[in-house]
Design a binder for this molecule. Structure first.
Ligand SMILES: Cc1cc2nc3c(=O)[nH]c(=O)nc-3n(C[C@H](O)[C@H](O)[C@H](O)COP(=O)(O)OP(=O)(O)OC[C@H]3O[C@@H](n4cnc5c(N)ncnc54)[C@H](O)[C@@H]3O)c2cc1C
Length: 369
């Protein structure tokens, strides 16, 4: 049984790797470069705090795989379990945090509640006006530039065929199998996994499955390099959109959040909106006032697929045997990526999955007009 994985972002590269690891023939096809979609643009946050609770089993499976990433991939993708600190500046947000922390415990996520005195002692310089924080010690970050190519290279070493720069890609189903036509030739398979990210909707629609997905780009930035002082990933519990930041080991501070994602027109690239930058930086400085006078050296965005209910689409197609979907990760797919690959490989190989995927089934949109 041969599988074609469409889309070489983190989801597709990881799916190809885990299929190859199971000894199944697999071909990973991307119309462009491996990892150059939403994945490379990601902030790199490996965060379980604040997730939709039924997604936590998948997030835990992912966190376990991140911990093994270097040995699985034979390469350091800069996964660091630095902890995820989420600062709180007002009482309603504090109440949200405690409600989430209680609800998440039976789902296997233990958040530490950090009182103000402890916050000042343990994390000096962060959120001087904060009234508290949550801390998730086993979360952290990884390098979004490294991870998809690392999965694809490891997949290739394990026997997968990698076809990048495939240009215009067309999928055809006939008599229970698939042909994928590309600028680099035709490829045949029994199974297709749609990991086309923000463009996954187009592939699903071709098979009669409409998903309410919009394309938009979160706005990111990075400062000049500074002495390395900030260890955890730092975010914000907020009634509105909170900012977040992390300092990479080379010293630059990467930041995002605090502003709405910029819509991406079909066929276009994700762009930042310079008029949002001042609002974003004001929130970043609340997290870390020492950043008030540093230079921002680059800003960027990336095209992400946001499904109307904020959840991804994962699982088998309801119309086409042999077709599977894993797309539309709504700005929080980086953390999930390794587990998405692992569960999609499990699903293809065995027809079932030990991690619950029902909330993400494409059938939830079957009645959409
Ligand atoms: C700016 C930004 C910051 C983010 N920060 C975080 C974060 O901190 N933490 C977190 O958990 N998540 C974060 N996310 C979300 C996360 O990065 C994404 O959910 C995840 O990378 C999606 O991976 P993917 O493989 O589904 O999509 P992509 O990486 O977009 O890959 C899809 C691939 O499919 C290819 N493709 C498209 N159409 C076709 C076709 N027809 N045939 C073949 N190939 C095709 C594209 O070329 C692309 O390479 C962020 C996203 C963005 C944009």
């Amino acid at each position: 049984m041969k599988t074609i994985v469409l889309g070489g972002g983190l989801m597709g590269s990881a799916t190809a790797f885990f299929l190859a690891q199971r000894g199944l023939p697999v071909c990973l096809i991307d119309r462009g470069a491996i990892g150059a979609g939403a994945t490379v643009a990601s902030f790199g946050n490996i965060r379980r705090t604040g997730r939709y609770l039924p997604q936590l089993p998948l997030a835990h499976r992912a966190r376990a795989l991140w911990g093994r990433a270097e040995s699985l991939l034979g390469r350091d993708v800069e996964f660091r379990a630095t902890g995820h600190l989420r600062l709180i500046f007002d009482q309603p947000s504090f109440d949200d945090m405690t409600t989430f922390a209680q609800a998440a415990r039976p789902w296997g996520l233990s958040l530490e509640v950090v009182e103000p005195a402890q916050l000042r002692k343990q994390f000096p310089g962060l959120g001087p006006d904060a009234i508290g924080a949550s801390f998730s010690p086993q979360d952290g970050s990884a390098n979004p530039r490294l991870v998809a190519p690392a999965f694809a290279d490891a997949a290739a070493r394990t026997g997968a065929q990698i076809v990048d720069q495939a240009g215009h890609v067309q999928v055809h189903a006939q008599n229970g199998s698939f042909t994928v036509r590309t600028a680099r030739g035709d490829f045949n398979a029994d199974v297709v996994v749609n990991c086309a990210g923000a463009w996954g909707r187009e592939i699903a629609a071709q098979f009669g499955e409409d998903v309410p997905l919009r394309m938009a780009g979160p706005q990111m930035g990075v400062t000049e390099p500074l002495p390395h002082r900030i260890v955890p990933v730092v975010g914000m519990w907020s009634q509105d959109r909170g900012a977040y930041l992390r300092q990479v080991e080379r010293g630059n501070v990467v930041f995002g959040g605090a502003v709405a994602q910029v819509p991406v027109a079909c066929g276009s690239f994700a762009k930042i909106d310079p008029s949002l930058t001042a609002t974003q930086l004001a929130q970043v400085v609340r997290l870390c006032p020492a950043l008030a006078d540093v230079a921002v050296i680059r800003q960027w965005s990336g095209c992400e697929g946001y499904v109307s209910d904020g959840l991804p689409v994962m699982g088998p197609s309801t119309t086409t045997p042999g077709l599977f979907h894993a797309f539309g990760f709504c700005g929080h797919g980086f953390q999930l990526g390794p587990a998405v690959g692992d569960v999609m490989a499990e699903l293809v190989a065995t027809g079932q999955c030990t991690t619950p995927l029902a909330p993400f089934a494409i059938s939830r949109f079957a009645s959409c007009p």
